[in-house]
Design a protein around this ligand. Structure first.
Ligand code: MRU
Length: 367
């Protein structure tokens, strides 16, 4: 996507050395900064500390992290160490496991001296494939948005609610949930986005609002608790969110608070769509609530908040009383029964095993 007319991805190989450059998302929306990763350790820290975040981008960063590791030590032990360090960064997004398994399967059969070049090539392919899949999700999602808009009456504005950031900043490019929104906007559909602020890290208020604003898409930031009220008053035509892990039965795990939006949407007859590239599907799981590991992050993300002062300084201040405990569950699971449809790179389907297998028949036990 473009920032001030210049096309960017969220991650790219440096042109002057074997290094990777990323947009440092901890600084947005107040500062646009590019950071450089030169080692496995730096790639791991960038994921854990959320310089990069969002399931697909976590996967792509891990793939490039392996490439950095192969430059330093392409031995079997080096490959295993890089793999294990990156795997222990964030527990919920399955794209991380998928990308690391792919890199290991690609590199392990090769002679050590061939691994570094092969790793850079494969990481680039993983990043490019993410862009292609997300663009296709946008095309399929646009069809759904168009149908809702036509049902509403052509000149009316289409109001879509989203949670967290599942935009281009969460992927290599385009985004998942925001890809249909960008494509609707490009095609002249009158669209407006309700952006959940997404406490405690505020990915909605900081990142989704920033990227929609830079692209010119009309949007309004709302408190996390406002969505149900808006739905009761007919002000939301559809919800679209992303997912960090989708079970083979169509349960989806996404940023904390997604489940409550799905409940409100269900109660108000508002379609609730979940957009995902297929590496987000964990085909080994059946029950998202019981089986998906939920990341718990530092209490300080809850007890403190950062922002920019009137004179341009970034400051962090405490919100909660000294001594009050904070619990920071980062994700929750929305059961498949609350999801109207899953939107993938191959089209949309029911959130169910049968639905997913119609799009991915090669995953059928009979295939
Ligand atoms: O903790 P984050 O910012 O990595 O969480 C991101 C999300 O929850 C996104 O909605 C999800 O990764 C889908 S991204 C396309």
């Amino acid at each position: 996507m473009k920032i001030d007319g210049k096309a960017y991805r969220t991650i790219w190989p440096a042109t002057d050395a074997r290094a990777v450059e990323i947009i440092d998302q901890t600084k947005l929306p107040h500062e646009f900064a590019v950071a450089r990763l030169e080692t496995v350790e730096q790639a791991a820290v960038a994921i854990t500390d959320m310089w990069v975040r969002g399931a697909p981008l976590i996967g792509a960063t891990a793939a490039y992290g392996i490439a950095l590791g192969m430059d330093a030590d392409p031995s079997d032990a080096g490959l295993a160490a890089a793999h294990d360090r990156l795997l222990n960064t964030r527990p919920t997004a399955v794209n991380l496991h998928w990308a690391l398994a792919d890199m290991r399967e690609t590199l392990a059969p090769l002679a050590p001296e061939a691994r570094a070049d092969a790793a850079w090539t494969r990481a680039g392919e993983i990043a490019d494939a993410d862009v292609t899949m997300n663009h296709a999700i946008g095309v399929h999602g646009l069809g759904l948005l168009r149908a809702i808009h036509q049902g509403k009456g052509e000149p009316e504005v289409l109001n879509v609610l989203t949670h967290c950031n599942a935009g281009w900043l969460a992927t290599v490019d385009w985004g998942t949930a925001l890809s249909p929104i960008y494509q609707a906007y490009e095609q002249g559909l009158p669209i407006h986005v309700w952006v959940d602020e997404t406490r405690p890290r505020n990915q909605g208020a900081s990142l989704t609002a920033w990227e929609l604003g830079r692209h010119g898409v009309p949007h309004t930031v709302i408190a996390d608790n406002a969505g149900g009220h808006l739905m009761q008053h007919g002000l939301v035509d559809a919800c679209i969110v992303g997912t960090d892990r989708t079970t083979a039965t169509g349960d989806v795990c996404n940023k904390i608070g997604t489940y409550l939006k799905a409940l409100a949407a269900f109660d108000n007859g508002v379609p609730f769509y979940v957009a995902l590239p297929s590496p987000t599907i964990d085909w080994t799981l059946d029950d998202g609530v019981k089986e998906i590991p939920i990341e718990q992050r530092a209490a300080t993300e809850q007890s403190h908040i950062s922002g920019v002062t009137a004179d341009g300084r970034i400051e962090t201040v405490r919100l909660t009383p000294e001594g009050s405990a904070c619990a920071n569950y980062a994700f929750d699971v929305t059961p498949a029964r609350l999801v109207t449809a899953l939107i993938t790179e191959r089209g949309s389907c029911d959130a169910s095993r049968d639905g997913l297998l119609t799009l991915f028949p090669e995953r059928s036990p009979k295939a």
